[in-house]
Ligand binder design. Structure first.
Ligand code: NDP
Ligand code: MG
Length: 395
């Protein structure tokens, strides 16, 4: 996706931000960034799905113009009574669409988890907004469509995912045609050194223990299988419009180096910061300005040891699958993403083993009728189809 790098003059009025998925890990961090912005960022809309108490608390604190409950069933009379005066309640995907299209929203922070976030991202891109994109599943499922739509509407899609934010920052020191390689780093997750024969027995609790990042459950399991990095290769392919052969993954257990860009002359630029999502969130919300913020900073008084080494394909078979899907494009991303969402859910429910997740995704991908050209209806239809297949799959 061609990222428009036109300057944002510093004397512009405060940016009005709609936070989609405000009750999640990224949503809550974004609200901390907004709270610390001394009025430069204003939260005008919040959306959540199930955590109504948390949403009400946020609404009372930030006094947005709108709150959206995507699960309309949760919009009880009691919930309505809990809203502060002046905050309007909207429901469902229509509510999300109404908010993101509104002229009084400048930036949409897309932080819903999974393909459930696709329609919100789509509407924001259609409306030509600045889209601070955490919801990588949107790009995995519909990267080609979103990219084409952004070019048409002038929407600016700014990555929030830490590796892509790092790439985006490092890319600014050279021209696009001078880029040789993008390197995404991966911590390796909780099973980096677990004996391979023990992997089929790992428990949900073990998979949810991420060594360096605090995140929602779905992405934490994705990090353990490395499917997260597979999705990120696809995400990078669409964001930066580079063929997947030029996108590489390296293991870096300390999660301090988020990304590296190698240029034609052999020079490599890295983006480094402690593992704290508030920094990439802030960078996207203020882009292109940099301001002092609330993210954790480097400690330059201590000794650091940073490792970088290539991943073991046998331990992390998801990576190979991600590269294949990135190369294929078309409907493959939507199918992989949907199959993986169901696989993670089934693992969390104790229905399948940890090591079943990737074979399940591969089986669903292999049985789908691939189409190179896609539209939104096809993607939504295949998303539903892949979920059904993934629910039926047996080891
Ligand atoms: P969480 O699970 O913590 O939060 C998800 C948010 O989405 C919640 O607000 C939740 O609402 C909402 N939501 C869940 N289901 C639906 C639905 N069906 N319709 C609408 N809204 C829904 O996820 P994270 O914050 O960890 O991740 C959000 C996105 O950011 C993901 O795409 C992830 O890959 C990406 N990301 C996250 C990182 C992290 O550090 N957490 C890092 C990089 C990317 P409720 O809680 O009310 O149910
Ligand atoms: Mg990431």
């Amino acid at each position: 996706m061609a990222l428009n790098q036109s300057a944002h003059p510093s004397d512009l009025p405060p940016r009005r931000v709609a936070v989609l998925g405000s009750t999640g890990s990224i949503g809550r961090s974004a609200l901390e960034v907004i709270a610390a912005s001394r009025g430069h960022l204003r939260c005008v809309a919040l959306s959540a799905h199930s955590r109504t108490e948390a949403l009400l608390e946020q609404a009372r604190r930030f006094r947005p113009r709108w709150v959206v409950l995507t699960d309309s069933q949760k919009a009880t009379a009691e919930f309505r009574r809990g809203l502060p005066p002046g905050t309007q309640l909207l429901c469902g995907q229509e509510g999300v669409a109404e908010v993101v299209r509104h002229a009084q929203v400048d930036v949409v922070l897309a932080a819903v988890v999974g393909a459930a976030g696709l329609l919100g991202t789509w509407e924001a891109v259609q409306a030509g907004k600045i889209v601070a994109l955490a919801n990588k599943e949107s790009l995995v499922a519909a990267g080609g469509l979103l990219s084409a739509a952004a070019k048409k509407t002038g929407a600016q899609v700014l990555p929030v995912d830490s590796e892509h934010s790092g790439l985006f920052q490092a890319l600014q020191s050279g021209r696009r045609d001078e880029v040789e390689r993008l390197v995404l780093t991966a911590s390796g997750g909780p099973f980096l050194n677990t004996p391979l024969e023990h992997l089929p027995q790992v428990t949900v609790e073990e998979a949810l223990q991420h060594p360096t990042w605090q995140m929602g459950r779905k992405i934490t399991v994705d990090s353990a299988t490395m499917m997260n990095k597979a999705l990120e290769v696809i995400e990078a392919r669409w964001l930066f419009e580079l063929p997947p052969e030029q996108i590489q993954v390296m293991i870096h257990p300390q999660s301090m180096i988020h990304a590296l860009v190698e240029f034609a002359d052999g020079s490599v630029l890295a983006q480094v910061s402690p593992p704290d999502m508030k920094l990439p969130i802030q960078y996207a919300l203020y882009y292109p300005r940099r301001v002092p913020g609330v993210a954790e900073r480097m400690d330059w008084t201590r000794r650091w040891h940073w490792e970088l080494f290539p991943p073991d394909p046998e331990r992390f078979p998801a990576l190979e699958l991600g590269h294949q899907v990135a190369a294929r494009g078309g409907t493959a991303g939507a199918v992989l993403n949907a199959a993986n969402e169901v696989a993670v859910e089934r693992f969390l429910q104790g229905e399948i083993r940890f090591t079943d997740i990737v074979p399940l995704c591969r089986a669903v991908l292999e049985s789908h009728a691939f189409q190179p050209q896609v539209d939104l209806d096809t993607i939504l239809r295949l998303d539903r189809w892949a979920r059904e297949e993934a629910r039926r799959w047996k080891p």
